[in-house]
Design a binder for this molecule. Structure first.
Ligand code: ADP
Ligand code: ADP
Length: 232
């Protein structure tokens, strides 16, 4: 089944002489339970694609279907609700709250929504991400890789339809990067989550099930079995 799909997606910034065509008609389909990397040079439209797919930014034209529901037909309030429940975000800078423990950070999306924590799912996430011994630690007591694993658990706690990861290893050394990518991959394999990751790094992309390459607002390559060599 399809998790999220873009049909003829366009996005312009500005207008008239100064218009920038950030997306020039993108057709792409992301299967449920797959890990996809989006690569491409700076300014090619990767962030714009991620932000429009996630409903953070409105499209100029085309459609976005999240499990069949058209985001481009929704108002801001509907989009905010949909993001909270059905979309997860992982950032380059982790974005954990420093005053709270790992466990409190992981549960934060549910706390903010006033929803009851699902303890079974929480335990499954903590086990899958190897965080059993770290739940009572605050972010400054954790390594970068551990902080990012907490951020992954936080992104998955609502069982989102899609998780967007924006350069998730951009602030990590190569050892922590490999660890985080292994855990991301496990979250896809073992928990059936759908993850879309923007990255500059060919090695990071090689962990994905599929890599899409962007150039000038268009998809120029779609690689079903990315390897670091092929993606370089
Ligand atoms: P990438 O993520 O691949 O670096 P972006 O999606 O950020 O690319 O940018 C695609 C194009 O859109 C670039 O030409 C960029 O300068 C332009 N762009 C991005 N955001 C804005 C904005 N808020 N206003 C104007 N132009 C923008
Ligand atoms: P609200 O705060 O009303 O719930 P937001 O649009 O501010 O709605 O945020 C919804 C989700 O999108 C949050 O998980 C937030 O962390 C994430 N988010 C907000 N801005 C960005 C951004 N520029 N890039 C990626 N994710 C973002």
């Amino acid at each position: 089944p399809v998790a999220i799909e873009a049909i003829g997606l366009t996005k312009d910034y500005g207008e008239g002489d100064s218009v920038v065509h950030a997306l020039r008609g993108v057709d792409v389909c992301f299967e449920q339970g797959k890990f996809t990397a989006i690569m491409g040079p700076s300014g090619s439209g990767k962030s714009t694609l991620m932000h429009t797919l996630a409903g953070l930014d409105s499209a100029t034209g085309g459609h976005i279907l999240l499990q069949g529901e058209d985001l481009t037909a929704m108002n801001d309030r509907q989009l905010t609700l949909l993001r909270r429940k059905r979309i997860g975000f992982i950032f380059q800078s982790f974005n954990l709250l420093p005053m709270f423990t790992a466990e409190q950070n992981i549960l934060m999306p549910l706390t903010l929504a006033g929803a009851k924590p699902d303890r079974v799912w929480m335990r499954t996430l903590v086990r899958t991400l190897g965080l059993e011994q770290r739940l009572d630690h605050r972010p400054n007591e954790l390594s970068g890789g551990q902080q990012q694993r907490v951020a992954i658990a936080r992104a998955l706690i609502t069982r989102p339809s899609v998780v967007f990861a924006d350069e998730p290893t951009g602030n990590l050394d190569s050892v922590s990067s490999a660890e985080v990518l292994d855990f991301l991959k496990r979250s896809v394999r073992e928990l059936g989550q759908t993850i879309i990751m923007v990255t500059h790094d060919a090695v990071a992309a090689s962990y994905a099930d599929r890599a899409i390459v962007f150039a000038d607002g268009r998809i120029v390559a779609d690689e079903p079995e990315p390897t670091a060599e092929r993606m370089n």
